[in-house]
Ligand binder design. Structure first.
Ligand code: PLP
Length: 371
Protein backbone atom coordinates (compact mmCIF):
# COMPACT_ATOMS: atom_id res chain seq x y z
CA UNK A 1 0.00 0.00 0.00
CA UNK A 2 1.24 3.48 -0.79
CA UNK A 3 2.31 5.74 2.07
CA UNK A 4 -0.36 7.62 3.97
CA UNK A 5 -0.91 11.23 2.92
CA UNK A 6 -2.20 13.09 5.94
CA UNK A 7 -4.43 16.08 5.67
CA UNK A 8 -2.30 18.25 7.93
CA UNK A 9 0.59 17.67 10.29
CA UNK A 10 2.92 20.16 11.98
CA UNK A 11 6.50 20.77 10.90
CA UNK A 12 8.61 20.26 14.01
CA UNK A 13 12.42 20.31 14.01
CA UNK A 14 15.06 19.65 16.65
CA UNK A 15 14.95 23.37 17.45
CA UNK A 16 11.36 23.23 18.75
CA UNK A 17 12.22 20.06 20.71
CA UNK A 18 15.26 21.76 22.20
CA UNK A 19 13.31 24.84 23.34
CA UNK A 20 10.39 22.79 24.70
CA UNK A 21 12.85 20.62 26.59
CA UNK A 22 14.48 23.68 28.07
CA UNK A 23 11.08 25.01 29.11
CA UNK A 24 10.18 21.69 30.72
CA UNK A 25 13.51 21.49 32.51
CA UNK A 26 14.13 25.11 33.51
CA UNK A 27 11.05 27.18 32.77
CA UNK A 28 9.65 27.34 36.28
CA UNK A 29 9.76 29.74 39.22
CA UNK A 30 11.14 33.08 38.08
CA UNK A 31 11.36 31.83 34.52
CA UNK A 32 7.80 30.50 34.21
CA UNK A 33 6.74 33.25 31.79
CA UNK A 34 9.99 33.67 29.83
CA UNK A 35 8.97 31.79 26.70
CA UNK A 36 5.49 33.29 26.77
CA UNK A 37 6.88 36.84 26.76
CA UNK A 38 9.40 35.92 24.08
CA UNK A 39 6.79 34.29 21.87
CA UNK A 40 4.41 37.24 22.22
CA UNK A 41 7.20 39.65 21.30
CA UNK A 42 8.35 37.61 18.31
CA UNK A 43 4.80 37.28 17.03
CA UNK A 44 4.05 40.99 17.50
CA UNK A 45 7.26 41.85 15.62
CA UNK A 46 6.42 39.51 12.76
CA UNK A 47 2.94 40.98 12.45
CA UNK A 48 3.98 44.57 13.00
CA UNK A 49 1.58 45.21 15.91
CA UNK A 50 2.11 46.89 19.27
CA UNK A 51 0.50 44.29 21.52
CA UNK A 52 0.11 40.51 21.59
CA UNK A 53 -1.31 38.21 24.26
CA UNK A 54 -0.71 34.47 23.95
CA UNK A 55 -3.77 32.34 24.70
CA UNK A 56 -4.70 28.70 24.99
CA UNK A 57 -6.77 28.92 21.79
CA UNK A 58 -8.04 31.24 19.11
CA UNK A 59 -11.55 30.57 20.40
CA UNK A 60 -10.53 32.00 23.78
CA UNK A 61 -8.79 34.97 22.15
CA UNK A 62 -11.99 35.79 20.23
CA UNK A 63 -14.08 35.41 23.39
CA UNK A 64 -11.92 37.84 25.37
CA UNK A 65 -11.56 40.34 22.55
CA UNK A 66 -15.30 40.48 21.93
CA UNK A 67 -15.95 40.81 25.67
CA UNK A 68 -13.47 43.71 25.72
CA UNK A 69 -15.43 45.41 22.93
CA UNK A 70 -18.46 45.22 25.23
CA UNK A 71 -20.39 42.71 23.14
CA UNK A 72 -23.15 41.21 25.25
CA UNK A 73 -26.67 39.79 25.41
CA UNK A 74 -28.87 40.77 22.48
CA UNK A 75 -26.01 42.18 20.42
CA UNK A 76 -25.30 41.06 16.87
CA UNK A 77 -22.02 40.18 15.17
CA UNK A 78 -22.03 39.90 11.39
CA UNK A 79 -19.98 37.08 9.88
CA UNK A 80 -19.85 34.84 6.83
CA UNK A 81 -22.26 31.92 6.80
CA UNK A 82 -19.59 29.49 5.66
CA UNK A 83 -17.15 29.23 8.54
CA UNK A 84 -15.68 26.99 11.15
CA UNK A 85 -17.83 26.90 14.31
CA UNK A 86 -14.96 28.33 16.40
CA UNK A 87 -15.52 31.79 14.91
CA UNK A 88 -19.22 31.83 15.84
CA UNK A 89 -19.16 30.05 19.20
CA UNK A 90 -17.54 32.91 21.19
CA UNK A 91 -20.32 35.26 20.03
CA UNK A 92 -22.84 32.94 21.66
CA UNK A 93 -20.76 32.65 24.88
CA UNK A 94 -21.44 36.37 25.34
CA UNK A 95 -25.18 35.99 24.76
CA UNK A 96 -24.89 37.73 21.40
CA UNK A 97 -26.05 36.45 18.00
CA UNK A 98 -23.97 35.61 14.95
CA UNK A 99 -25.72 37.19 11.96
CA UNK A 100 -24.81 34.94 9.06
CA UNK A 101 -24.49 36.60 5.67
CA UNK A 102 -23.32 35.36 2.31
CA UNK A 103 -19.77 35.34 1.00
CA UNK A 104 -18.15 36.22 -2.31
CA UNK A 105 -17.82 33.55 -4.99
CA UNK A 106 -14.09 34.08 -5.52
CA UNK A 107 -12.71 34.73 -2.05
CA UNK A 108 -15.22 32.68 -0.01
CA UNK A 109 -15.10 35.55 2.50
CA UNK A 110 -17.66 38.16 3.61
CA UNK A 111 -19.60 39.96 0.88
CA UNK A 112 -19.36 43.65 1.88
CA UNK A 113 -22.76 44.47 0.31
CA UNK A 114 -24.45 41.75 2.34
CA UNK A 115 -22.66 43.01 5.45
CA UNK A 116 -23.91 46.54 5.02
CA UNK A 117 -27.45 45.38 4.25
CA UNK A 118 -27.60 43.35 7.47
CA UNK A 119 -26.51 46.08 9.88
CA UNK A 120 -29.09 46.87 12.58
CA UNK A 121 -28.96 49.10 15.69
CA UNK A 122 -27.79 45.98 17.58
CA UNK A 123 -24.77 45.30 15.36
CA UNK A 124 -21.63 45.49 17.51
CA UNK A 125 -18.94 44.03 15.26
CA UNK A 126 -18.10 42.70 11.81
CA UNK A 127 -16.14 39.47 12.11
CA UNK A 128 -13.89 39.19 9.08
CA UNK A 129 -12.57 35.63 8.83
CA UNK A 130 -9.83 35.20 6.25
CA UNK A 131 -11.04 31.76 5.21
CA UNK A 132 -8.31 29.28 4.23
CA UNK A 133 -5.91 32.26 4.21
CA UNK A 134 -7.91 34.06 1.48
CA UNK A 135 -8.18 37.76 2.26
CA UNK A 136 -11.45 39.49 3.11
CA UNK A 137 -12.31 42.74 1.32
CA UNK A 138 -10.79 44.65 4.21
CA UNK A 139 -10.81 48.03 2.51
CA UNK A 140 -14.57 47.94 1.99
CA UNK A 141 -15.32 46.31 5.34
CA UNK A 142 -13.31 48.92 7.26
CA UNK A 143 -15.02 51.68 5.33
CA UNK A 144 -18.47 50.26 6.16
CA UNK A 145 -17.42 49.80 9.79
CA UNK A 146 -16.21 53.36 10.00
CA UNK A 147 -19.36 54.77 8.49
CA UNK A 148 -21.54 52.90 10.97
CA UNK A 149 -19.21 53.10 13.98
CA UNK A 150 -18.76 49.31 14.10
CA UNK A 151 -15.37 47.66 14.72
CA UNK A 152 -14.01 45.07 12.30
CA UNK A 153 -12.42 42.03 13.94
CA UNK A 154 -10.00 39.86 11.97
CA UNK A 155 -10.12 36.16 12.74
CA UNK A 156 -6.77 35.39 11.15
CA UNK A 157 -6.42 31.84 12.43
CA UNK A 158 -5.96 30.64 8.85
CA UNK A 159 -4.15 33.71 7.53
CA UNK A 160 -0.58 33.56 8.74
CA UNK A 161 1.44 34.75 5.74
CA UNK A 162 -1.42 36.73 4.19
CA UNK A 163 -0.75 40.42 3.57
CA UNK A 164 -3.23 43.16 2.65
CA UNK A 165 -1.79 46.37 1.18
CA UNK A 166 1.48 46.02 3.06
CA UNK A 167 -0.03 45.03 6.40
CA UNK A 168 -0.23 41.47 7.67
CA UNK A 169 -3.68 39.95 8.13
CA UNK A 170 -4.70 40.32 11.76
CA UNK A 171 -2.87 43.62 12.24
CA UNK A 172 -5.46 45.78 10.53
CA UNK A 173 -8.83 45.58 12.33
CA UNK A 174 -9.73 46.55 15.93
CA UNK A 175 -8.03 43.32 16.94
CA UNK A 176 -6.85 40.10 15.33
CA UNK A 177 -6.79 36.50 16.54
CA UNK A 178 -4.68 33.49 15.57
CA UNK A 179 -4.74 29.76 16.22
CA UNK A 180 -1.74 27.52 16.76
CA UNK A 181 -3.71 24.29 16.75
CA UNK A 182 -1.76 21.39 15.25
CA UNK A 183 -3.45 21.84 11.88
CA UNK A 184 -2.43 25.47 11.42
CA UNK A 185 0.57 26.98 9.58
CA UNK A 186 2.40 27.60 12.86
CA UNK A 187 1.71 25.40 15.87
CA UNK A 188 2.12 25.13 19.62
CA UNK A 189 -0.05 21.99 19.81
CA UNK A 190 -3.00 23.99 21.05
CA UNK A 191 -2.75 27.74 21.42
CA UNK A 192 -3.66 31.13 20.07
CA UNK A 193 -2.79 34.81 20.03
CA UNK A 194 -4.75 38.02 20.49
CA UNK A 195 -3.21 41.11 18.84
CA UNK A 196 -3.97 44.81 18.52
CA UNK A 197 -2.51 48.25 17.97
CA UNK A 198 -5.09 49.79 20.30
CA UNK A 199 -3.39 50.28 23.67
CA UNK A 200 -6.64 50.81 25.58
CA UNK A 201 -8.21 47.66 24.19
CA UNK A 202 -4.99 45.82 25.00
CA UNK A 203 -5.15 46.90 28.67
CA UNK A 204 -8.75 45.76 28.78
CA UNK A 205 -7.94 42.30 27.39
CA UNK A 206 -4.84 42.03 29.57
CA UNK A 207 -6.99 42.53 32.66
CA UNK A 208 -9.68 40.15 31.42
CA UNK A 209 -7.05 37.52 30.57
CA UNK A 210 -5.68 37.65 34.08
CA UNK A 211 -8.91 36.69 35.86
CA UNK A 212 -9.91 40.32 35.95
CA UNK A 213 -6.84 41.46 37.92
CA UNK A 214 -5.74 44.89 36.74
CA UNK A 215 -2.06 45.58 36.11
CA UNK A 216 -0.78 47.64 39.04
CA UNK A 217 -3.36 46.29 41.51
CA UNK A 218 -1.55 46.16 44.89
CA UNK A 219 -3.68 43.55 46.59
CA UNK A 220 -2.66 39.97 45.86
CA UNK A 221 -5.37 37.73 44.41
CA UNK A 222 -7.69 40.70 44.04
CA UNK A 223 -10.03 40.41 41.04
CA UNK A 224 -11.17 43.86 39.90
CA UNK A 225 -13.84 42.10 37.87
CA UNK A 226 -14.72 38.59 36.74
CA UNK A 227 -12.41 37.76 33.86
CA UNK A 228 -11.16 34.77 31.91
CA UNK A 229 -8.42 32.19 32.06
CA UNK A 230 -7.18 31.41 28.56
CA UNK A 231 -3.44 31.50 29.08
CA UNK A 232 -0.81 29.69 27.09
CA UNK A 233 1.67 27.51 28.98
CA UNK A 234 5.39 28.28 28.92
CA UNK A 235 6.15 24.85 27.37
CA UNK A 236 3.73 25.52 24.49
CA UNK A 237 5.20 28.99 24.04
CA UNK A 238 8.70 27.46 23.78
CA UNK A 239 7.51 25.39 20.81
CA UNK A 240 6.04 28.62 19.41
CA UNK A 241 9.41 30.37 19.78
CA UNK A 242 11.05 27.62 17.73
CA UNK A 243 8.32 27.93 15.10
CA UNK A 244 8.74 31.73 14.97
CA UNK A 245 12.41 31.30 14.06
CA UNK A 246 11.14 29.36 11.03
CA UNK A 247 8.05 31.38 10.20
CA UNK A 248 9.24 32.60 6.80
CA UNK A 249 10.11 29.02 5.84
CA UNK A 250 6.75 27.73 7.11
CA UNK A 251 4.88 30.33 5.05
CA UNK A 252 7.04 29.82 1.96
CA UNK A 253 6.37 26.09 2.03
CA UNK A 254 2.60 26.60 2.21
CA UNK A 255 2.83 28.93 -0.77
CA UNK A 256 4.96 26.46 -2.73
CA UNK A 257 2.50 23.63 -2.03
CA UNK A 258 -0.35 25.79 -3.30
CA UNK A 259 1.59 26.72 -6.44
CA UNK A 260 2.26 23.05 -7.17
CA UNK A 261 -1.40 22.11 -6.83
CA UNK A 262 -2.44 25.12 -8.90
CA UNK A 263 -0.39 24.00 -11.86
CA UNK A 264 -1.42 20.37 -11.36
CA UNK A 265 -5.11 21.26 -11.39
CA UNK A 266 -4.87 23.75 -14.26
CA UNK A 267 -7.51 23.38 -16.96
CA UNK A 268 -10.03 21.54 -14.77
CA UNK A 269 -13.50 23.05 -14.27
CA UNK A 270 -12.83 24.29 -10.75
CA UNK A 271 -11.68 27.29 -8.76
CA UNK A 272 -8.94 27.25 -6.19
CA UNK A 273 -7.97 29.85 -3.58
CA UNK A 274 -7.53 33.28 -5.18
CA UNK A 275 -4.16 34.20 -6.68
CA UNK A 276 -1.97 36.97 -5.28
CA UNK A 277 -3.03 40.33 -6.69
CA UNK A 278 -1.67 43.87 -6.48
CA UNK A 279 -1.56 44.63 -2.76
CA UNK A 280 -2.53 41.08 -1.81
CA UNK A 281 -0.35 38.15 -0.82
CA UNK A 282 -1.95 34.92 0.37
CA UNK A 283 -0.58 32.59 3.01
CA UNK A 284 -2.39 29.60 1.48
CA UNK A 285 -2.90 27.78 4.76
CA UNK A 286 -5.05 25.21 3.02
CA UNK A 287 -5.27 24.65 -0.73
CA UNK A 288 -8.95 24.12 -1.50
CA UNK A 289 -10.83 23.67 -4.73
CA UNK A 290 -14.48 24.23 -5.58
CA UNK A 291 -15.84 22.47 -8.65
CA UNK A 292 -17.67 24.82 -11.02
CA UNK A 293 -21.45 24.88 -10.79
CA UNK A 294 -23.11 22.73 -13.41
CA UNK A 295 -20.23 20.25 -13.61
CA UNK A 296 -21.33 16.76 -12.53
CA UNK A 297 -19.44 16.08 -9.30
CA UNK A 298 -20.12 13.70 -6.46
CA UNK A 299 -17.81 14.76 -3.68
CA UNK A 300 -18.40 11.65 -1.60
CA UNK A 301 -17.14 9.49 -4.48
CA UNK A 302 -13.96 11.57 -4.75
CA UNK A 303 -13.35 11.39 -1.00
CA UNK A 304 -13.95 7.62 -1.08
CA UNK A 305 -11.38 7.32 -3.87
CA UNK A 306 -8.91 9.36 -1.77
CA UNK A 307 -9.50 7.02 1.12
CA UNK A 308 -8.85 3.92 -1.03
CA UNK A 309 -5.56 5.51 -2.06
CA UNK A 310 -4.58 6.27 1.54
CA UNK A 311 -5.10 10.02 1.15
CA UNK A 312 -6.90 12.13 3.71
CA UNK A 313 -9.07 14.74 1.94
CA UNK A 314 -11.60 16.92 3.73
CA UNK A 315 -14.80 18.73 2.93
CA UNK A 316 -15.19 22.50 2.80
CA UNK A 317 -16.74 24.02 5.94
CA UNK A 318 -20.52 23.80 6.25
CA UNK A 319 -22.82 26.84 6.15
CA UNK A 320 -23.37 27.53 9.85
CA UNK A 321 -27.02 28.29 9.02
CA UNK A 322 -27.45 24.61 8.13
CA UNK A 323 -26.22 23.32 11.49
CA UNK A 324 -29.44 24.19 13.27
CA UNK A 325 -27.66 26.14 16.01
CA UNK A 326 -28.19 29.63 14.66
CA UNK A 327 -30.99 31.83 13.45
CA UNK A 328 -30.84 32.21 9.68
CA UNK A 329 -32.08 35.65 8.87
CA UNK A 330 -30.49 36.05 5.42
CA UNK A 331 -30.36 33.85 2.35
CA UNK A 332 -26.87 32.59 1.51
CA UNK A 333 -26.89 30.81 -1.85
CA UNK A 334 -23.15 31.24 -2.48
CA UNK A 335 -22.22 29.66 0.87
CA UNK A 336 -24.58 26.76 0.25
CA UNK A 337 -23.25 26.15 -3.21
CA UNK A 338 -19.56 26.33 -2.18
CA UNK A 339 -20.07 23.93 0.66
CA UNK A 340 -21.18 20.92 -1.37
CA UNK A 341 -18.61 21.38 -4.15
CA UNK A 342 -15.50 22.16 -2.11
CA UNK A 343 -12.62 19.91 -1.05
CA UNK A 344 -9.52 20.67 1.06
CA UNK A 345 -6.29 19.14 -0.19
CA UNK A 346 -3.53 17.74 2.02
CA UNK A 347 -1.01 20.51 2.67
CA UNK A 348 1.43 19.75 5.47
CA UNK A 349 4.91 21.17 5.10
CA UNK A 350 6.72 17.88 4.48
CA UNK A 351 4.42 16.83 1.64
CA UNK A 352 6.48 15.78 -1.38
CA UNK A 353 5.84 16.50 -5.05
CA UNK A 354 5.25 12.77 -5.68
CA UNK A 355 2.57 12.80 -3.00
CA UNK A 356 0.92 15.88 -4.49
CA UNK A 357 1.03 14.17 -7.90
CA UNK A 358 -0.92 11.26 -6.42
CA UNK A 359 -3.57 13.67 -5.11
CA UNK A 360 -3.76 15.62 -8.37
CA UNK A 361 -4.11 12.54 -10.56
CA UNK A 362 -7.12 11.34 -8.58
CA UNK A 363 -8.81 14.74 -8.89
CA UNK A 364 -8.02 14.85 -12.63
CA UNK A 365 -9.41 11.34 -13.18
CA UNK A 366 -12.54 12.21 -11.25
CA UNK A 367 -13.29 15.41 -13.13
CA UNK A 368 -12.31 14.15 -16.56
CA UNK A 369 -14.21 10.87 -16.49
CA UNK A 370 -16.83 10.67 -19.22
CA UNK A 371 -20.08 12.24 -18.15
C1 PLP B 1 -8.79 26.97 13.81
C2 PLP B 1 -9.68 28.15 13.79
C3 PLP B 1 -10.22 28.71 14.94
C4 PLP B 1 -10.11 28.05 16.27
O1 PLP B 1 -8.85 27.95 16.75
P1 PLP B 1 -8.60 27.19 18.13
O2 PLP B 1 -7.20 27.53 18.44
O3 PLP B 1 -8.84 25.75 17.85
O4 PLP B 1 -9.58 27.74 19.12
C5 PLP B 1 -10.95 29.87 14.84
N1 PLP B 1 -11.17 30.47 13.68
C6 PLP B 1 -10.70 29.95 12.54
C7 PLP B 1 -10.95 30.68 11.26
C8 PLP B 1 -9.96 28.77 12.55
O5 PLP B 1 -9.51 28.24 11.42
Amino acid sequence: MSTRIHYTKPSITEREVELATDAARNGWGERCYDYIVRFEQAFADHLGVKHAIATSSCTGALHMGMAALGIGPGDEVIMGDINWIASAAPVTYLGAKPILVDVLRDTWCLDPEQVEASITPRTKAILAVHLYGNLCELGQLLEIGKRHGIPVIEDSAEAIGSVFEGARAGSIGAFGTFSFHGTKTLTTGEGGMWVTNDSELFERVRTLSNHGRRAGEDRQFWPNEVGFKYKMSNVSAAIGCGQMERIEELIARKRAIFAYYRSGLAGLPLRINPPDAPGRVHGYWMPTFVVDEGVPFDRSLLLARFKECNIDGRVFFWPLSETGHFESRHVTPVSKSLSIRGVNLPSYHDLTEEEMDRVVSIVRDDLQKPG
